[in-house]
Each structure stands twice: as C-alpha cells, then as structure tokens.
Write a protein that binds this ligand. Structure first.
Ligand SMILES: Cc1cc2nc3c(=O)[nH]c(=O)nc-3n(C[C@H](O)[C@H](O)[C@H](O)COP(=O)(O)O)c2cc1C
Length: 154
C-alpha cells in the first residue's frame, strides 16, 4: 500500500513535527502541498493531509489541492492539524471535502501548536512549546491505532 503525507507548515514548523512522527510510523513519504500536482497523488492508496489552521480551516494550499483532485475510488485518507486551540472540529471541513471526492477517511488527529496570530503576538503567543512530547506521543498512538491497523488489512 503506497502512502504519502501532504502537508504545509508555514508558521512555526508545528505541523511538520507531527507529520514526521506519523510518517515514520506508517512509512509514508512526505511532500509539501505547494510542491505536488493533484494527478501525482493518484499513485497512492493512503494519503494524509495536514497543516496549521487559519480562520478555522486548513492552509489554502491543502484545500486547493483537494479541490483539484479528481474523484477517487478505493482510496483512504486521514487529516491532521495543529492550531492555537487544538480543536478536532477544525478538521471537519477538509474531511468533508475528501469524502466528497470519494475518499474513505480513516483518521483524524489534532493538537495544539504555538500560535502568534495577531493579538496573541503581543503576549508572546499562546500554546507555547506545543506540540510537546505528549502531543508527539498522542500522534504516535493515533498512527498506530488508526492507520497501521488499516494498512495491514490491505
Ligand atoms: C492568520 C492566522 C490565522 C489563524 N487562525 C487560527 C484559528 O482559527 N484557530 C486556531 O486555533 N489557531 C489559528 N492560528 C494558529 C495556527 O493554526 C497555529 O499556530 C499552527 O500550529 C501553525 O502551524 P504551522 O507552524 O505548522 O504552520 C492562526 C494563525 C495565523 C497566522
């Protein structure tokens, strides 16, 4: 089963840390969304999409890429994000886009990430030092529990 993680991590490298941990566990390639053409992803059976959250949604490079992908069959996807608040609901928009394309969404991970957006900068940012060791452990647990089990089925 061919696996890849498509990500963007433009603010502080928060999401890249999570992408690396997950990619090691599921043995996936990693590529930035800005560097990949939608057709190239056809080659993969499992695709992870992750970035920071901007006004409640994933980075536009991720969302544009998904919107330009052709409809798929028999492909699995997962979504992850880092954000000041770390809310899982932030992943819903991208998840629905993927489902609309025909993906089976098998996993969803979110955690806090250092956030210096707007007024938060004045107080030195929020969610300092996140993702931390515990977040990394949670990401590893997520990858083993939701992704590795699915991979071995195929
Ligand atoms: C313009 C802007 C908008 C943001 N909007 C949100 C938001 O709606 N909710 C939230 O919790 N964090 C928000 N953040 C914080 C980022 O999602 C957070 O810092 C994230 O971890 C950045 O990931 P990265 O370092 O991988 O790019 C925003 C940050 C910026 C710069």
């Amino acid at each position: 089963m061919k696996r890849i993680i498509v990500y963007e991590s433009v603010c502080h490298g928060n999401t890249e840390k999570i992408a690396k941990v997950i990619s090691e566990i599921i043995d996936a390639e990693m590529i930035k969304a800005s560097k990949v053409k939608p057709k190239y992803l056809n080659y993969y059976d499992l695709i992870g999409f992750g970035s920071g959250i901007f006004y409640g949604k994933h980075n536009t490079n991720i969302l544009d890429l998904i919107s330009k992908m052709p409809n798929v069959t028999n492909k699995k996807a997962f979504v992850f994000s880092t954000s000041g608040q770390g809310k899982m609901e932030y992943n819903n928009y991208a998840k629905q886009m993927l489902r609309d394309k025909g993906f089976e969404v098998i996993g969803n991970f979110a955690c806090k990430g250092f956030d210096t957006y707007g007024p938060f900068k004045l107080i030195g940012g929020i969610a300092k030092n996140r993702p931390n060791e515990n977040d990394m452990e949670m990401a590893k647990y997520f990858a083993r529990k939701f992704l590795v089990e699915n991979i071995s089925e195929i």
